[in-house]
Design a protein around this ligand. Structure first.
Ligand SMILES: [Fe+2]
Ligand SMILES: [Fe+2]
Length: 412
């Protein structure tokens, strides 16, 4: 999607008034606006024009938004899909997000500036992921990693609204993946408790939270790694699970409410780019690790920047694949901006902040495992006298210690 080429957005809604007001609201926008009164007209426009983004209403006669986006995905997989809908249809909307039919959900009614801002941000992010430099690096991988089978079956079942029992049975068919799903779910949500079953996880964590766990578990199961890579991978997953656990604690501390369900597993995939890097560019990954060791205290991201890998570093790589695999915008945002939360869409600012703080806390603990609670807070530039925050570090540190014990247990 080149910046110079004209950028095109298609709105599909059965109500003519809504289409009219969209055209009015977006008159000054920096992209071309097309409107279609229904799915059929929408498909005709897609046939004719190189549309970049489709924004479809959910509730439409004949072909609803869900069905329409399904057709768009099949016929024009590169087109970015957004679903518009009222609050009452939330479960359908989440189904559209979880099954990869839409990357974003925008509630009705919307504020024109917000809508414009979100579209602009999507253009900006996608353009930055499609830069020639990025594509060159990605192409050098050769065959791109496809989505694991189990994950695809899982999302297809979600799309068809299968029961929790059926969803669990898809995962349980593969023992290695089921074990991994449980391990991730336990440590990423409960720190140390060990009592989940796959079906329990489907019910209590919810399909949205589980989807990312299934992605990571099946991806790690699918890629071929050397023994050395395997060891590093296990460190990356421990890190990611702890970050997810910490993200929940910190979110509650910062915003006095639990993490919204659809973001509950974002910490687990925030560093998915590291897994890609380790798998396809191991030399690069080892160079970063070596740099960290030589420069005691240098964090992963800072080392990547120092070695000038950060232009197409783990954040870009992770975001590229999540976008390519049709994960929601929230996942792409967390992968791309977890080290620079201010650059993310303001819509995700809270979760990005919580993830970043958890990330720093966990990385600090890895580097200074003996540090006391107050020093951890000093180390990440947080207030060491805040008792609530001390409690957060206490919990994360307990989970961290537990994960080290597990690790030692693995080796013996
Ligand atoms: Fe990171
Ligand atoms: Fe991280």
């Amino acid at each position: 999607m080149g910046q110079e080429q004209s950028r095109k957005v298609l709105f599909v809604d059965d109500e003519r008034n809504i289409l009219k007001s969209i055209q009015r609201e977006l008159l000054t926008a920096d992209f071309e606006v097309f409107t279609a009164q229904g799915a059929r007209e929408g498909l005709e426009i897609l046939e004719r024009e190189n549309i970049d983004i489709v924004i479809s209403d959910y509730r439409m006669p004949e072909i609803d938004g869900f069905e329409f986006l399904k057709m768009v995905k099949e016929k024009y997989p590169g087109v970015y899909r957004i679903i518009l809908s009222g609050f009452v249809e939330q479960s359908i909307v989440f189904r559209a997000l979880s099954s990869g039919l839409a990357a974003v959900y925008i509630p009705k009614p919307w504020e024109p500036e917000v809508l414009l801002g979100r579209i602009e941000h999507i253009f900006h992010t996608r353009a930055s992921l499609q830069r020639p430099e990025v594509l060159n690096v990605i192409r050098s991988i050769g065959r791109l990693p496809t989505l694991p089978d189990v994950y695809q079956k899982f999302t297809r079942a979600v799309e068809k609204e299968r029961s929790n029992e059926e969803l669990a049975s898809i995962i349980e068919k593969d023992v290695a993946i089921a074990t991994k799903v449980l391990q991730v779910a336990n440590s990423a949500f409960y720190g140390s408790a060990k009592y989940l079953s796959v079906e329990w996880a489907t019910i209590y964590l919810g399909v949205n939270a589980l989807r990312e766990i299934v992605l990571i578990a099946s991806l790690e199961n699918q890629i071929k790694l050397s023994e050395k890579q395997h060891e590093v991978l296990s460190d990356i997953s421990t890190h990611s699970n702890l970050v997810n656990y910490g993200m929940h604690q910190i979110y509650r501390f910062l915003y006095k409410q639990p993490v919204p369900e659809q973001y509950a597993s974002l910490g687990i995939i925030h560093d998915i780019g590291k897994v890609i890097q380790l798998c396809y560019f191991p030399e690069r990954y080892y160079a970063i690790s070596a740099y960290m060791e030589e420069n005691q205290g240098s964090l992963f991201y800072d080392s990547e920047v120092a070695l000038m890998y950060s232009e197409i570093g783990h954040t870009v790589m992770g975001a590229y694949f999540l976008d390519f695999w049709d994960l929601p915008e929230s996942s792409v945002e967390i992968a791309l901006y977890h080290h620079e939360p201010d650059k993310g869409n303001s819509h995700y600012r809270d979760i990005l902040q919580a993830c970043r703080m958890a990330d720093r806390m966990v990385e600090f603990l890895f580097m200074h495992p003996e540090s006391d609670l107050r020093n951890v807070l000093v180390g990440i530039d947080a207030d060491p006298d805040n008792m609530d925050l001390i409690e957060v570090v206490f919990n994360v540190k307990a989970a961290f210690n537990e994960s080290r014990r597990d690790h030692i247990g693995d080796e013996s």
